[in-house]
Design a binder for this molecule. Sequence first.
Ligand SMILES: NC(=O)c1ccc[n+]([C@@H]2O[C@H](COP(=O)([O-])OP(=O)(O)OC[C@H]3O[C@@H](n4cnc5c(N)ncnc54)[C@H](OP(=O)(O)O)[C@@H]3O)[C@@H](O)[C@H]2O)c1
Length: 264
Amino acid sequence: MSTNKKSVALVTGAAGAIGRAIARNIAAQPGFELILLCRNENKAEQAVAEIQQATGNIDVGYELADLSSQASIAAFAERWQGSLHVLVNNAAVTPRSREETAEGIERQFATNVLGYFWLTRALTGRLKESAPARVINVASYWAGDLDLNDLEFKHRAYHNGEAYRQSKQADRMLTVAFAERLKPYDISVNACHPGDVNSRLSNDLGFGGHESPDEGAATPVWLATHPVGAERTGKYFEHGQERTCPFGRNRAVVEALYERCLWY
Ligand SMILES: NC(=O)c1ccc[n+]([C@@H]2O[C@H](COP(=O)([O-])OP(=O)(O)OC[C@H]3O[C@@H](n4cnc5c(N)ncnc54)[C@H](OP(=O)(O)O)[C@@H]3O)[C@@H](O)[C@H]2O)c1
């Protein structure tokens, strides 16, 4: 890594379809150093090599963490020191049958919701020191039916589409909760739908995808690099447009979800 004063952007799930395109498109812009936060070292190495070659940016590296594990995230945050100007929470899964992590938490809730929550909290100190800074939560327009009393599908039949929609609603709600908490520190927090892209995740949901990874990455990259991503906070975007989000309106429910996430 060079010692120049680039903005540091960390992208989770950066070996996946959309995450890799987000990382590549940020790396292609002048003045960015990229950290790809992945769980699989071979995939991470391949993604770094591909992005360096495609962009000519040598300031692209990787770190490893299991984002469904609070212990793994804590260990990463302890180990990884450095500035952080842009955090893109993007890694997600949607297993077809109900699974639990080694920490005993339903896997979609652990990865798609608590993974974003734990990582943002673990890196808040780094974001504050580096501010102005931004957090972009990759969510979805396909979101809803969150049940605060059964976040882990212990009392309902598990269906991966339902668990996924709930997780993406939670991502959009927690965006509002974090935005309020981090605004005094000059840290913006916004959520977005990326695009409909063919991927492991979309295939597990039974979808294909009519947009390219670069098209899917466009809105998160815009929020990560354009002034709008610093000027707005607590908002939800689709295809480069701010959209009204019903999920952040009831602040009592937003706070209740934040509190529930703290229990873990
Ligand atoms: N594709 C779509 O049409 C679509 C639509 C709306 C929203 N989204 C959102 O876009 C984001 C990216 O999805 P995608 O379509 O690009 O999916 P993807 O290709 O399946 O990529 C998901 C990435 O997350 C990583 N990941 C999963 N669990 C992890 C864990 N425990 N620790 C660390 N990394 C983990 C995966 O790692 P491995 O590579 O090691 O498996 C993979 O790189 C998700 O937040 C999704 O909800 C996608």
